[in-house]
Design a protein around this ligand. Structure first.
Ligand code: 6PG
Length: 469
């Protein structure tokens, strides 16, 4: 008998996803370019319905029709190469599913190309890391709706569940799933940056130890900030280096890596003309961390301010930092969701934002209690202009803004960099300001380049002869 689904690419994500699918009662054929990986997987899969194959022909032959083939290969050229080798072996109506961290424009292109051959192409975000892939990720599929319907039973089964609901839903046509996954990762960058800034102030201004920080984050995880990233942060501060006995965080070099999904989110913001400063600052913060050698040299040349002792007791300052973090987090999600709105209009995806927040509640890296609040906000108003004007979020940002201002001031006075916090506040202040100084920018543009401007008091396009008298 034939297998119900196939997985190509048996690196850790592919392997774990295949086991996850198998564990829900589906039979799975697997293939990898190097046969060794197939052998290894079979050796670890005793008693499981995992069917190893050693050529693409054998793999494709082993699958029931219409074939459902999940590609878990490296995003980019490797995905194109795998698709070209598979294509001659497939029949009309077969479904290729790309579960990698693929650039959404590639997914749009592949979807178009493959549909000319009668092959369906689903580009799906899969979040949750290795563990999530094995036990229940958050799944964001985009592509032909009719093809999605055929794989939906599998996706629903293997995804994470929150209150019995699957963290998987149809996102939209062609590149929509990968776009949403990309924004998820951008938001992930912002969440991580804001947490890192909170840590840095508490360490450098309040003098908290790793053990203290463990306590603080563990406590925060019981409230509004309850989330996977806060939980693992609490854990991280507990971990000691086995060699030196020091806290692990203190022996890890402060150079952040990145594989590009955050950068793509910012690039898309620039293309769409939507403000995404918190995620973008988070990408830049990783870049500035990466020029460690320069920073080491500059630290010998450039000095900061004389430290200032915070007013109020430590507990109050920690609570202010918690509020600053939550408010900035809200602003970051407001930006990410506003960008998805712009993209949805640009690419005709008809994204359902409440649904997206719903499937983010479990399985993925940014999973959090707080996402339910976003779903609720879009339930109240599916066309919501910006999350910050929703009733729930409006109350929070209004009452937490003074804490964010105080925390930024404290950091600034102590020379502790807070790019994420600062830009979150500037976003809030810009967004709530009826008149910005862009009138002056328009005057300057018109002065030096006759770029024209609009007036506040009547319709039309105007130009002034600035140098007349
Ligand atoms: C996920 C993660 C996953 C991966 C990121 C890390 O949702 O499971 O986002 O996709 O860990 O690619 O990204 P950086 O390497 O760019 O930090």
């Amino acid at each position: 008998s034939k297998q119900q689904i196939g997985v190509v690419g048996l690196a850790v994500m592919g392997k774990n996803l295949a086991w996850n699918i198998e564990s829900r009662g589906f039979s799975v054929a697997v293939y990898n370019r190097s046969a060794e990986k197939v052998d290894d997987m079979l050796a670890e899969s005793e008693g499981k319905q995992i069917y190893g194959t050693y050529s693409l022909e054998e793999f494709v032959e082993s699958l029931e029709s219409p074939r459902k083939i999940m590609l878990m290969v490296k995003a980019g050229a490797a995905t194109d190469a795998t698709i070209s080798s598979l294509l001659p072996l497939l029949d009309k109506g077969d479904i290729l599913i790309d579960g990698g961290n693929t650039f959404y424009q590639d997914t749009i292109r592949r979807n178009k190309e493959l549909s000319t051959h009668g092959i369906h192409f689903i580009g799906t975000g899969v979040s949750g890391g290795e563990e999530g892939a094995l036990t229940g990720p958050s799944i964001m599929p985009g592509g032909q709706k009719e093809a999605y319907e055929l794989v939906a039973p599998i996706f629903d089964e293997i995804s994470a569940k929150v209150n019995g609901e699957a963290c998987s839903t149809y996102i939209g046509s062609d590149g929509a799933g990968h776009y949403v996954k990309m924004v998820h990762n951008g938001i992930e960058y912002a969440d991580m940056q804001l947490i890192a800034e909170s840590y840095f102030i508490m360490k450098n201004v309040l003098g908290l130890s790793a053990d203290d920080l463990h306590e603080v984050f563990a406590e925060w995880n019981k409230g509004e900030l309850d989330s996977y990233l806060i939980e693992i942060t609490a854990d991280i501060f507990k971990k000691k280096d086995t060699e030196t006995g020091k806290p692990m965080v203190d022996v890890i070099l402060d150079k952040a890596g990145q594989k590009g999904t955050g950068k793509w989110t910012s690039q898309s913001a620039l293309d769409l003309g939507t403000p995404l400063p918190i995620i973008t600052e988070s990408v830049f913060a990783r870049f500035i961390s990466a020029i460690k050698d320069e920073r080491v040299k500059a630290s010998k040349v450039l000095s900061g301010p004389t430290p200032v002792v915070p007013e109020g007791d430590k507990k109050e300052v920690i609570e202010a930092i918690r509020r600053a973090l939550y408010m900035s987090k809200i602003a970051a999600y407001a930006q990410g969701f506003a960008q998805m709105k712009a993209a949805s209009e640009e690419y005709n995806w008809d994204l359902k934002f409440g649904e997206i927040a719903r499937i983010f509640r479990g399985g993925c890296i940014i999973r959090a209690q707080f996402l339910q609040k976003i779903t609720d906000a879009y339930d109240r108003d599916p066309a919501l202009m910006n999350l910050m004007i929703d009733d729930y979020f409006k109350d929070i940002v209004e009452s937490y803004q003074s804490a964010l201002r105080d925390v930024i001031a404290l950091a600034v006075k102590n020379g502790v960099p807070v790019p994420g916090f600062s830009t979150a506040l500037s976003y809030y202040d810009s967004y709530r300001t009826e008149s910005l100084p862009a009138n002056l920018i328009q005057a300057q543009r018109d002065y030096f380049g006759a770029h024209t401007y609009q007036r506040v008091d009547k319709e039309g396009t105007f130009h002034t002869e600035w140098m007349e008298d």
